[in-house]
Design a protein around this ligand. Structure first.
Ligand code: 5GP
Ligand code: MN
Length: 339
């Protein structure tokens, strides 16, 4: 069993020998995926100047994260398959951030599986897969951003991070914890937030860039969901919202527009489990997002058992390969039998 110190030493050796690296994160990248990846990219560029580093996401990240330092240089694999594969050919290292299984990368994961480049996992999800060569996996971390901060600190003894990288990490921290209202498991998370402020983060400005960036259409889609689409099951203390492609199209859906919607039903006092079911663009499947509050319902278990997915105790996701109607019936049946 490798200790934290062994892992840091192994990482130092890997960084010393690598000439070209790729940083990847999960499909439909969220604030932690983009924040942690861009901060790690920024750190590697300054700490290992002779190493070439790029970041690739399986698909585009939402617009509200576009201001993060370096994000405009990140590759969306769906747009640049050939160039990414060409770059990957000569890579000596792949950093896998904020996911625990290559299947979370969609076709980018298949491309990585076809290469024998050493993979370093930096993540905070439960039950990581065995396909990584060096593993930093800690479920007590609020976010991958927090883990990246701790790794940077351990590598150098001080946080060698630019203001832009500190902002990126702060985005990961706030988006994965509902601005410190859940998922903070140790006081150290707050100390790290304080350190990030000392590195120049203006927390009000970052929060405003992240949260006050709705388009009018997105705001109206949220209103529609809460008014007309949220179904509440008081006996099961559950609620769900389902959205078809036609409904999403009506509100000119953009990637990231439904980010956070699944949390809203949990604001109802008697709701402890919430789901958002969205029909995929090609209508081949339904994306399922699950959230719970409190310490009794593991949506990680629920996602694994019923939706071929996973995640955290209180936040998880998965897929359902059938129509939206059938997914609704399937979910309602789970509520009846399991709750
Ligand atoms: P979201 O609902 O925001 O898409 O995802 C919530 C959490 O569940 C995230 O931490 C994410 O990594 C995880 N998650 C979402 N979808 C999947 C999935 O299909 N498989 C697995 N293993 N985890 C998922
Ligand atoms: Mn995360």
């Amino acid at each position: 069993m490798l200790t934290w110190t062994d892992n840091i030493k192994a990482l130092q050796d890997m960084l010393g020998n690598a000439r070209r690296a790729l940083v990847v994160s999960h499909m439909n990248p969220d604030g932690d995926a983009v924040g942690a990846s861009m901060a790690w990219w920024s750190y590697l560029r300054s700490a290992c100047p002779s190493m070439e580093v790029r970041v690739a996401f399986p698909n585009k990240f939402p617009e509200f994260l576009g201001w993060i330092e370096g994000a405009e240089q990140a590759i969306a694999y769906t747009d640049k398959k050939e160039a990414t594969l060409e770059y990957l050919k000569d890579c000596d290292l792949v950093f896998c951030l904020d996911f625990n299984d290559l299947s979370r990368l969609d076709t980018l994961g298949e491309a990585l599986s076809a290469h024998s480049v050493p993979r370093v996992l930096i993540d905070h999800h439960l039950q990581p897969a065995k396909e990584f060569d060096l593993v930093f996996s800690d479920v007590s971390m609020s976010s991958t951003a927090e883990l990246v901060y701790r790794i940077v600190l351990a590598l150098d003894g001080k946080p060698l991070l630019s203001k832009g990288a500190a902002e990126a990490l702060y985005v990961g921290l706030i988006t994965d914890t509902g601005s410190f209202s859940f998922g903070v498991k140790t006081p150290e998370t707050f100390r790290i937030a304080a350190d990030l402020m000392e590195l120049g983060v203006d927390k009000d400005e970052v929060a405003s860039k992240v949260y006050d960036s709705y388009s009018e259409k997105r705001m109206r889609l949220l209103g529609y969901c809460l008014h007309s689409k949220m179904r509440v099951f008081p006996k099961q203390k559950a609620a769900y919202i389902s959205l078809s492609r036609e409904e999403l199209d009506k509100f000119c859906f953009q990637p990231g527009d439904t980010e956070g919607f699944v949390n809203f039903p949990l604001s109802i006092k008697k709701v402890a489990l919430s789901a958002l079911l969205t029909e995929s663009q090609d209508k081949t499947h339904i994306r399922v997002s699950l959230r719970s509050k409190g310490k009794t319902i593991s949506v990680n278990e629920l996602a694994r058992k019923y939706f071929n997915g996973g995640g955290h105790f209180n936040a998880s996701g998965g897929k359902y390969f059938d129509s939206l109607k059938n997914c609704e019936a399937y979910f309602e049946n789970i509520l009846k039998t399991d709750f």
